[in-house]
Design a protein around this ligand. Sequence first.
Ligand code: ME8
Length: 650
Amino acid sequence: MEKKTFYITTPIYYPSDKLHIGHTYCTVATDAIARYKRMRGYEVMFLTGTDEHGQKIEEKAKAAGITPQQFVDRIVTGDKGVLDLWKLMNISNDRFIRTTDDYHVQSIQRIFKKMYEKGDIYKGAYKGKYCTPCESFWTESQLVNGRCPDCGREVHDAEEEAYFFRLSKYAKPVQELLESGTFLEPASRVNEMINNFIKPGLEDLCVSRTSFTWGVPVDFDPGHVVYVWVDALFNYCTALGLFNDKYHDFDKFWPADVHIVGKEIVRFHSIIWPAMLMSMELPLPKKVYGHGWLVIDGGKMSKSKGNVVDPYLLAGMFGVDALRFFLLRTFPFGSDGNFSNELLISTINTDLANDLGNLVSRTTAMVEKYFGGQLPAEQMSADPDSELEQLMADTAAAYAAEMDAFQLHLALEAVFRLIQRANKYIDETAPWALAKDESNKPRLAAVLYHLVEALRNALTMLTPFIPESCDKAFAQIGAEPADRTWEKAGRFGVLPRTVSVRKGETLFPRIDAAKAIAELEELERRAKGPQVKVEPVLPAVTIDEFAKNDMRVCKVLDCTAVKKSKKLLCFSLDDGSGTPRQILSGIHEFYEPETLIGKTVVAIVNLPPRKMMGLDSNGMLLSAVREVDGKEELHLLTLPDDVPAGSRLA
Ligand code: ME8
């Protein structure tokens, strides 16, 4: 019998900056679902990739002095680029598409032409509000406080000759699609789409641009490039071979079972995408699932806000599986979640180090200690522990239901109820007390067998989330690959009663939170580089006003610390007049006085005299000052020694 197929996608990423933990969240979630479906026996196609065209990339490449292709190559295939990140995070995608791939470009041209020939794309003139970073045109009514509703940045008036897609024609069938069944989930997003976008009236969509060139050229009208969202959305089909010879899986996998997307791009996936597919007379995807954002202090992570969290850094410190687990265990998939390092560490410590890690190490240690590593089948009592056995079955059922509904955090919650129950079972049965009396050995063996079986069940269900750690733990409890399958989950009595276990390395060492956070902050600080505060430019002065400042080159004749002052240095200066000038300067924390004698400095000499610590100061020395990482940095202005004393600065 042919296997059932399951086609799942993530959004294809903009390689305009390095990816952050928010992008990682979406891909790790999709990966866990894909792995789960494979475990359930589906032939899975898991697609991800990069969305490489558009004005933003063209502008960034220009600013970097390289071609757009070079720019995207760096971020996609370069060191610590997109491909490296997915490898590191153990992402099991079956295919990776780049929208600059020739086959995709060719397919997009054919798709565009087909919709044009059908009359669903027509030529017109576009006037609207354009958000450059989001590459989106907006109508006046869609703006929020006159700004882009997606990113909150300024929009500007834009007008250009353009092709339009007859989105308005599809308003009714799209609304029906949204209202019927479960095309878009979570359900809360349906009303948002209908009320915010469909009810105000769907306008035709501008689908070509002439103001830049980095895009798929409209082959029948040079000068136009295809709107990046048309180019991007059809990746889900071109990557299967629609209108190209690169792949031949379209009939097998289309329509997609689910597109996993972030909430801000639900609009594109649940309105524009089905409308274009209707136009192309292609089947519609079965589901779009809009997940929430990882936020920091309530705001979305973004490079421009400087609050992006680097997945390389976290995976390096805590391990890939710990990071994968944290992302999917902590935040309900459909809602926003507040990311913090503290939460990450406490989740690792509580669930992985304590609950799971302890269950593995206590179970294996006890089988080794009391039975030399192998349970004695012939001596094992057959007493059932029906509550724990039943919980194994119930957990598998609950887990499957939650995974099928993409409620990943609830699926994990169910598994951890089993793990916690198994830990409690250890306390209740007290194997160490049973071990004291030889006659209790059969019961002791049965208790330990129950624990190994509870672990086997839990690990099977955790495998899509933390595959490498589960492999290691399975090896410790003597579970062969054939014992790790979904068919064996939810059952008791799968492993042989003579199972051999071997205590191994600690899977998730406990993290010292204070130490780890200090280390992380230091690494983050170093990765960011010094944070220099740049003072805003002051209001303008006229040249005449400026010329009133009398700034002179002076030689330092003597320099001493002022008694009882931590800051002040007393300078005796040759200002060229023949009479030494005394100036006090609060720079002792930056310089030792003797190191300044003989230096050529600059002083403003026409300030009114001041008294400080009982001493006269006749002017001020000029310094360069800036704030770095919140601390003031000062450099006394010095000139080459051949500049004579008394020269004026002008
Ligand atoms: O949108 N938390 O690409 P993209 C959770 N190229 N998810 C986040 C996030 C965060 N802090 N930040 C970003 C695009 N994402 C288009 C997709 S698909 C045909 C084209 C998610 O790189 C975001 O919600 O800007 C989106 O789903 C994905 O990362 C890619 O974002």
